[in-house]
Design a protein around this ligand. Structure first.
Ligand code: MTE
Ligand code: MO
Length: 219
């Protein structure tokens, strides 16, 4: 990242860090953790953490990692792993709900808020959807308001350890309120677009909206 760019955003980020420090940075308030019944319909609780992917684990080192945030934005960015670590880190605890019917409680993530990235790139007013692309060729899509939800994270750590490769390290998306297939592992590009485009599973019969509480499994 260039010096001038860092200079431009530094004041803003320091203020953001102060605000997060004041607010307390562990996000749990509106997530499933706060629900009385935490298990969505048709789900069963697991204690281990299953690995689900397309059978390919891309090997992307933190050193060579780049995240591009692009599309209909005023200020497209390419962020290295270090750039992400330099941004305000939020700690979040939430539950995973996979459409294959397992749920896992109390996952502790550390990462950058999707909102922080959005503030940096400034989506244009005609941006309505967000498309994710990963290093294994996987894609998925959400509406811009789902991306800008206060608990959406670009995660680089889990339980204070670097996110493991099998779970999407060095960097994955976490969208706690949606079935976990919307949470792209090994994310390479986040693109703001006008028109929606179904991703890998959405093209193969999964629901576009993916709300576990209303069982939006197949669409
Ligand atoms: N890049 C990529 N991201 C992905 C997938 C994938 O195949 N490739 N699978 C999705 C699905 S279906 C699920 S349930 C979760 C699984 O994440 P986990 O392996 O960390 O449990 O990742 C999601 N993100
Ligand atoms: Mo899944």
């Amino acid at each position: 990242m260039t010096q001038s760019f860092s200079g431009k955003i530094r004041d803003k980020l320091i203020e953001a860090k102060r605000k997060w420090a004041r607010d307390g940075r562990l996000l749990t308030g509106t997530s499933d953790v706060a629900r009385e019944n935490r298990l969505p319909p048709g789900q069963r609780l697991v204690k281990d953490w299953p690995v689900l992917d397309l059978g390919i684990t891309p090997h992307v080192s933190a050193d060579e990692y780049k995240l591009s945030v692009t599309g209909l934005v005023e200020n497209p960015l390419s962020l290295s792993f270090e750039d992400l670590l330099d941004l305000p880190t939020v700690r979040a605890r939430n539950d995973i709900h996979c459409v294959t019917s397992w749920s896992r409680y109390d996952n502790d993530w550390q990462g950058v808020l999707a909102r922080t990235l959005a503030e940096m790139v400034r989506p244009q007013s005609d941006a309505r959807h967000v498309l994710f692309t990963a290093h294994d060729g996987y894609t998925t899509n959400v509406r811009i308001n789902q991306f800008l939800d206060e608990d959406v994270l670009i995660a680089h750590h889990w339980n204070d350890e670097p996110l493991t490769e099998e779970h999407g390290g060095p960097v994955r998306v976490v969208i706690p309120k949606l079935y976990f297939w919307k949470s792209t592992k090994w994310v390479r590009e986040i693109k703001f677009v006008k028109n929606d485009a179904p991703g890998f599973w959405e093209e193969r019969g999964y629901h576009n909206n993916a709300d576990p509480w209303t069982e939006e499994r197949y669409g």
